[in-house]
Ligand binder design. Sequence first.
Ligand code: ATP
Ligand code: SF4
Length: 335
Amino acid sequence: MSEPVLEIRNLNVDYGLGDAAVQAVRDVNLTLHRGEVLGLAGESGSGKSTLAYGLTRLLPPPGVISGGEVIYHQENGEPYDVLKLSDRELRAFRWSETAIVFQGAMNSLNPVHKISTQLTDVIAAHEPKLSSATRNSRAKEMLRLVGISADRMDAYPHQLSGGMRQRVMIGMALALQPQVVIMDEPTTALDVVMQRQILGQLIELRERLGFSVIFITHDLSLLVEFSNRIAIMYGGRIVEDAPAAALYRDSLHPYSAGLLGSFPALRGPRRELTGIPGSPPDLKGMPTGCSFHPRCPKAFEPCPDKIPVLGHPDVPDGATRSVACWLHPAPEPVG
Ligand code: ATP
Ligand code: SF4
C-alpha cells in the first residue's frame, strides 16, 4: 500500500458543550493513502459530513473537536497536525493542500460573477504573485480538465447546466493542485448518468494528477464502483474499513451487509433487496454496547453491553481491513 497522506487518529467531534453535547463523531481512526479514493458511506446522520468538516476545521458552531489528531503528510516536508494549525496556516492548508467540494456545491457559485472571475479569484487568493495572464491560463486549463471548453469561461453560473456547474466546482477544487480532495455528496443533485460521468472523469484526473480523494455518499453502489477502499460509519463511529472489492464480496459487519443489501447487485445474479430494519440511532440516546444492536439480525450476548473496538479481524485478508463487531473480536485494535 502507498504511504499515508492523511491520518485521522481518535477523532471526536461534538455539537454543543457539557451535558447538552451530542457526540457526532467518536474515536475515528482512518488513513487516506497517497493516490487512493477512500469512500465514506453510512445512512443519513451517521457523521460523514461532520467528520469531513472536522478534519478540515470547517465545523459550523456549535460543532467542536473534542479530541484527536489529523496528521497531514506534505509531499516534501515534515508531517503536521491540522488541528494545531494557526488560522493563517489553516487558510494556506485549505485549497492548496486539501480542497473540499460540499453538498450542493454547484449552487454555491456566485450568481453575479462570471466563471472566469470565480476561478481566477481562488487562484489569486492563494498565489498572489502569479500574473493575471498565468491565472487566466490556469483557470482555462482547469475547465478543460473537467471537460468544459474554454469559451465558456465568460459564462455566468445560470448559463450552465447543473452538471457543468458541478464540474466548475471540481475544477475550482483542483485549481491549486491539492494533495487531497474531499467530496461530500458531490453529485446527488444530478441524475444518475451525469453522476457516473462526473465521477468517472474525476477518477481519470486523479490517475493523471495523483491526488487522493475522500468521497462521501450514502450511495454505496457508487463507492463500490469508484473507490479503492470503503469505510462505513454508524452512529458516529467507523464500523468497517476494507478494500472496496473485499467489502462488496464479503462484508464482515452486519450493518455493511445491510447497506449492501439495500441496492441491486452490480454483477452476477439478481438478489433480493433486504434493506435494514429500524432507523438510525438518536445521538441523544445512543443504545448501550454496540449501537447497532437493536437493529442487528446477528446480535448476541455481549452486544448490548460492550462497545466493540475497531480492529483487524482474524480472517485471511485481515491485515488489510478492520471491523468493530463482536462477531470478529480484534486481536489487534486499530489506532
Ligand atoms: P447526511 O448524509 O444526511 O449528510 P451525515 O452522515 O453526513 O448525514 P452529519 O450531517 O455529519 O451526518 O450529522 C451527524 C449527526 O450530527 C446527526 O445526528 C446530526 O443530527 C448531528 N448534527 C449535525 N449538525 C448539527 C448541528 N449543527 N447541531 C446539532 N447536531 C448536529
Ligand atoms: Fe451485531 Fe453484535 Fe456485531 Fe454489533 S457487535 S454488529 S450487534 S453482532
